[in-house]
Design a protein around this ligand. Structure first.
Ligand code: CP
Length: 344
C-alpha cells in the first residue's frame, strides 16, 4: 500500500505503479461498501474539484460530481465552450488560476492530437492534482473501473491467465477516440491477463501502444496478441469488450485537418463508407456462445445498440455493463481521495 499519493496527477495509468493502482482499488472496495451501507466518508470536506469538459459525458461527469459530494467536497462543473478559453485563456492560465481556487482540476478533452497535450500542459502549471477524465489517448478512470469489475467477477487475485478480448465493432453514432482500448491494452497485461486485440485492417492502435503493452506483459506475466478474425477473439474468451474506436486515429494517418483536431465528433460520408465495409464486426449472440461458460460482456458505454451489439447480449446474462458503470463512481472517489486529500 502506498500512503504518499497526495498531489499526484493522473494522466495515464502508465505513470502509476501497480502498487499505486492497487492502493486505489483497495480504497475503491472500501468506499463501495461504505456507500452501500450509507456510512459517511467525507474525507475531503470543504475541498473543491473543478471538472472541465470539452466533450459530452454522462458517466464521467456524474460519477465525479456525485463522488466529490459524497467525499464532502464540491465539484464545480465547467463547460469549456463557456469559458474564456474561447477568448484566449491558455492551458497555463487556466491551470494557474483554477489551482489557486481549489484542490484538483479534472478535465476531459478528446480532441485528436490536442487533448492529452492540453491536460499535460495544465499539469505542468497546476499547484494541485490534475486528473484526466478522458483524452484522445487515455481514459484512466474507465480503466480502473474495468479492472475493478473484472476482479469482482473472477476474484481479486485470479486475473492471471484470464483471456480478455478487446474487439473493434462497427458503430455510426459518433467519432470515438482510441483512449478506451489503449488504456485497456496497456493495463490488463500488468495484471497477468492474456489480451487479444481484434480489429479489421485499418483500425489498428499506434505502434508505441503495442510496444508498451508487450513490455507491460513481459514484466507482469501477461500476453498481448493481435488478430483480424472476430470469431477467434470470442472463442474461449473469459472477458469480451466489443466496442467501436478509432476514426480519429485512422484519419490522422492520412491528413489531419484543423476541424478534426478540434474534436468534431460527426462522421463524414467518407468515414461512414469506410466503416460500412466492416459492418459484420458486431457482437452477436452467436459469437457470445463461443466464449467461456462464466464469461462477461463489458462496454464503457455509450453503446451503439443497433450496430455494435445485439440487445440479447448487452441485456443478457453475461452483460456486466451496469456494474462496470457503477464502479466508475467508486474508482473516481478512490482517485480523488488519496490525490486530493492524501499525504505527500
Ligand atoms: N464511459 C464513459 O466515459 O462515459 P461518458 O462518456 O458518459 O462519460
Amino acid at each position: 500500500m502506498v500512503t504518499s499519493m497526495g498531489g499526484k496527477h493522473l494522466i495515464t495509468l502508465q505513470e502509476w505503479t501497480n502498487e499505486e493502482i492497487d492502493t486505489c482499488l483497495d480504497t475503491a472496495y472500501d468506499l463501495k461498501l461504505k456507500f452501500a451501507r450509507k456510512i459517511p466518508h467525507a474525507s475531503l470536506r470543504d475541498e473543491t474539484v473543478f471538472i472541465m469538459f470539452f466533450d459530452e459525458s454522462t458517466r464521467t461527469r456524474n460519477s465525479t460530481e456525485a463522488g466529490a459530494t459524497q467525499l464532502g467536497a464540491h465539484a464545480h462543473f465547467l463547460d469549456a465552450s463557456k469559458m474564456q478559453i474561447q477568448h484566449g485563456d491558455s492551458a497555463k492560465d487556466t491551470a494557474m488560476i483554477l489551482s489557486s481556487y481549489g484542490h484538483a482540476i479534472a478535465c476531459r478533452h478528446c480532441g485528436w492530437g490536442v487533448g492529452n497535450a492540453y491536460i499535460r500542459e495544465m499539469a505542468k502549471y497546476s499547484r494541485v492534482p490534475v486528473l484526466n477524465l478522458q483524452c484522445d489517448l487515455y481514459h484512466p478512470m474507465q480503466g480502473l473501473a474495468d479492472l475493478m469489475t473484472i476482479q469482482e467477477h473472477f476474484g481479486r487475485t485470479k486475473t492471471q491467465g484470464l483471456k480478455v478480448s478487446i474487439i473493434w465493432c462497427y458503430a455510426t453514432t459518433h467519432k470515438k477516440p482510441i483512449s478506451v482500448p489503449v488504456t485497456q491494452a496497456l493495463l490488463f497485461p500488468r495484471y497477468g491477463m492474456e489480451v487479444t486485440l481484434a480489429y479489421p485492417e485499418g483500425y489498428e492502435l499506434p505502434d508505441w501502444v503495442i510496444a508498451q503493452a508487450e513490455e507491460n506483459a513481459r514484466k507482469n506475466g501477461g500476453t498481448i496478441r493481435i488478430t483480424h478474425n472476430i470469431r477467434e477473439a470470442f472463442e474461449g474468451a473469459d472477458v469480451v469488450i466489443p466496442k467501436n474506436w478509432g476514426s480519429w486515429y485512422a484519419d490522422s494517418k492520412k491528413a489531419p485537418t484543423d476541424e478534426k483536431r478540434a474534436g468534431n465528433t460527426t462522421l463524414t460520408q467518407e468515414e461512414l463508407e469506410r466503416l460500412a465495409k466492416n459492418k459484420s464486426w458486431k457482437c452477436t449472440q452467436e459469437l457470445m456462445d463461443l466464449t467461456s461458460e462464466n464469461s462477461i460482456y463489458m462496454h464503457a458505454l455509450p453503446a451503439d445498440r443497433v450496430n455494435e451489439v445485439e440487445d440479447s447480449v448487452i441485456d443478457g446474462p453475461h452483460s456486466i455493463i451496469y456494474q462496470e458503470a457503477e464502479n466508475r463512481l467508486h474508482t473516481v472517489k478512490a482517485v480523488m481521495d488519496p490525490t486530493m486529500g492524501g499525504r505527500r
